[in-house]
Design a protein around this ligand. Structure first.
Ligand code: ARG
Length: 674
């Protein structure tokens, strides 16, 4: 974006500023008149002006921010010459915003509605549907212009661009946009040359993603599995876009339950300071200690004193605590390794000192209220939910709330995060809303930092009840992965693959299918909904499943390989062969591939990943249609290759590259043979 291209935005900013200026003058004048009863400060005229003024100021801020972000982009583009794959939708939005602003300069912040056209090619490839709303806005200003005339004026003003082949007006005022094939060739060629998809441009941010976050000594359950899978993919997406991402595991490693665990450890393994105890089953260890805690007064007292000592970092007690944490940690690590998840542990205990300081600060600023012995804090609009934070318990201890307040402060002030994302089950929504409003009230969180809770629904068993083992226990996650492995192997054997593949290939395929299907089943559903965990469904090779996609990519990649076309040959070919986009099915596939950046930018906004899965499925379906209709390689009756259509092989290569990038984001591991 050049300075010249920024002009229309600056013009709009100036316009809005002038408008505000005018209104204020009018306001001052009216106030100056001081007509008794009519122009007092509660006068409706003044109120209206005030409102109008606030609205305009708000728009102006947005506009200024937008201009700043464009400037930033301009700067980055000048510094960084690496190829970028652009979001066509975003580019069209810019082009149309310019056109609309030029055609209707009096409309501040006009609606720019660009969408992908329906399947019928006669509606073009994209559409601009702004004419109807603009016509309404104009009529509110007393100007009668039909939507069709609005569309005409827009089309007149839209500048020619490398993205657009032609524009057509249809129906009452839809503008059909035909994508330029030249642009499609060049973008897909860049992609094939690079052998990867260059990410679209985004403004770089420091982002903390808080995910997985299981609790020590308690079973890591399917909810944590969902958080792990979703959080990992969100992190991968943001890293791919070039952000500085800090992946944090906010492990539940602090709190009163550690008192009883430590007291129990002291009794069971008195020599714990010298010899590492083997608490292989921390679960039953936890149960035993809880039983003693509930039944034995003496033990209870000792447990409490252990908590106090732990929070004061008594070295022996801390050692016991570390040992207990280590047992859980080893289990967590096994899961992360198998699922290829990387994350840094920074549990609640990390914030102990900060909690102490924070409480003093909050107290000093009168943010805390007494409530039956505890100290609570209300956010600005928490009275609605009726739930304040409990910052200090009646026994003086801190809570989950306290640690999250200290934690957000640390992430913003020390980690310098621009965006903090929490991935947990939907049951914690109120908790995070309250943390957000209290952090705002305390001046920790301001408008420059975004905080998002990414909630998800519960996992159900095939009986539609809470996911449990047959005997009603929590399902151990490692057992679940093992079952996935077994089922995946059965599936491959059912298809006779064990006779075709080497042992090593079979093992790779088995792991890829097992872990891939568990991740994909989670990611392909709208995360807000509860979802039914079913290996049968996940392992289906038809429909939008990991198995189908993994097979599809393997098949796509085998086309060039079977025709003896190496990556070197592809690189050579791309120099003098045009990617084939003539046939209707080729064009359809090519256009879908080009939509990749658009999908990424969309999912980055709302952090719903299922559209990316739908996109993968669309790519595979479009590929199948293309492959059915268009020969890439022609063979004679004996199976000998007689002709290779290189332009189509290149399109096949582009498809593989885009799909591989999607798989990387979703955590699916492609295999050469399966
Ligand atoms: N340990 C918590 C749980 O199991 C999740 C922690 C999420 N992160 C946070 N900063 N509160 O529910």
């Amino acid at each position: 974006m050049s300075s010249k291209e920024l002009e229309p935005f600056k013009k709009r900013a100036e316009l809005a500023e002038q408008e505000i200026e005018k209104l204020w003058k009018e306001f001052e004048r009216l106030k100056g008149l001081e007509i008794p009863g009519e122009c007092s400060s509660d006068n409706s005229e003044i109120l209206k002006l005030r409102q109008e003024n606030t609205k305009l100021k708000y728009r102006l801020t947005i506009l200024k921010k937008f201009v700043d972000s464009l400037r930033e982009k301009e700067k980055a583009n000048n510094e960084d010459n690496s190829p970028k794959m652009l979001s066509i939708q975003e580019e069209l939005e810019k082009i149309f915003l310019d056109g609309i602003t030029e055609a209707f300069p009096d409309i501040v912040d006009p609606p720019v509605i660009i969408s992908v056209s329906s399947k019928d090619p006669k509606f073009g490839d994209y559409q601009c549907n702004s004419a109807m709303s603009l016509s309404k806005l104009l009529s509110a200003q007393g100007k009668k212009v039909s939507p069709r005339d609005v569309a005409n004026s827009i089309v007149e003003k839209v500048k020619s661009s490398k993205f657009i082949e032609k524009l057509e007006i249809a129906g009452p005022g839809f503008i059909n946009i035909y994508l330029s094939r030249e642009y499609a060739f060049s973008a897909l060629t860049t992609l094939v040359q690079a052998g990867k998809v260059p990410p679209p441009y985004v403004e770089k941010k420091k982002i903390v993603v808080d995910f997985s976050s299981p609790n020590i000594a308690k079973e890591m359950h399917v909810g944590h599995l969902r958080s792990t899978i979703i959080g990992e993919s969100i992190s991968r997406l943001l890293e791919y876009l070039g952000h500085d991402v800090l992946r944090l595991n906010h492990v539940g490693d602090w709190g009163t339950q550690f008192g009883m665990l430590i007291a129990h450890l002291q009794d069971e393994f008195p020599n714990y300071l010298n010899v590492s105890p083997a608490i292989s089953d921390l679960q039953s260890f936890y149960k035993q200690s809880k039983k003693r805690f509930d039944e034995d007064e003496e033990f209870k007292k000792r447990a409490y004193s252990c908590v106090v000592k732990l929070q004061a970092f008594d070295p022996d007690i801390k050692k016991a605590w570390e040992m207990i944490c280590d047992v859980s940690r080893i289990e967590f690590e096994k899961l992360y390794k198998r699922l290829d998840v990387s994350i840094i542990e920074r549990g609640e205990s990390f914030y102990q000192k900060m909690m102490e300081k924070l409480v003093i600060e909050l107290e000093k600023n009168n943010f805390l209220e007494e409530d039956e012995g505890r100290k609570i804090m209300w956010g600005d609009n928490d009275k609605k939910t009726g739930i304040p934070l409990t910052v200090v318990k009646s026994d003086g201890g801190f809570t989950y709330d306290t640690s999250d307040m200290a934690c957000i402060k640390h992430r913003i002030e020390e980690e310098k995060a621009d965006w903090v994302i929490y991935v947990t089950d939907g049951g914690q929504s109120v908790h995070f809303q309250t943390i957000e409003s209290c952090a705002k009230r305390a001046g920790i969180l301001n408008n420059n930092v975004k905080m998002d809770h990414v909630p998800f629904g519960v996992v159900l068993g095939e009986d539609k009840k809470k996911f449990k083992t047959r005997s009603g226990d929590t399902v151990k996650l490692l057992d679940l992965l093992d079952e996935g492995l077994k089922r995946a192997l059965d599936k491959l054997k059912e298809k006779g693959r064990h006779q075709e593949l080497t042992d090593e290939e079979l093992k790779k395929a088995q792991e890829s299918v097992a872990y891939g299907c568990i991740k994909y089943a989670d990611l392909s559903h709208n995360r807000n909904h509860e979802y039914v965990f079913s290996f049968d469904k996940m392992l289906d090779d038809k429909g939008n499943t990991a198995v189908y996609l993994l097979y599809a990519l393997t098949r796509i990649k085998s086309i060039a390989r079977n025709a003896n076309i190496s990556r070197e040959k592809i690189i050579e070919a791309i120099e003098n062969t045009k990617i084939s986009l003539e046939h209707e099915k080729e064009w359809k596939l090519g256009k879908i591939l080009l939509r990749f950046p658009e999908i990424l930018l969309k999912i980055t906004k709302d952090l719903y990943l299922h559209p990316l899965c739908e996109y993968c499925y669309d790519v595979c379906c479009a590929f199948t249609e293309f492959y059915d209709k268009c020969y890439c390689v022609e063979k004679d009756k004996s199976g000998e290759i007689i002709k290779v259509n290189m332009g189509r092989i290149l399109l096949t290569e582009a498809t593989a590259i885009v799909l591989e990038q999607c798989f990387l984001l979703l955590g699916l591991k492609p295999v050469d043979r399966m």
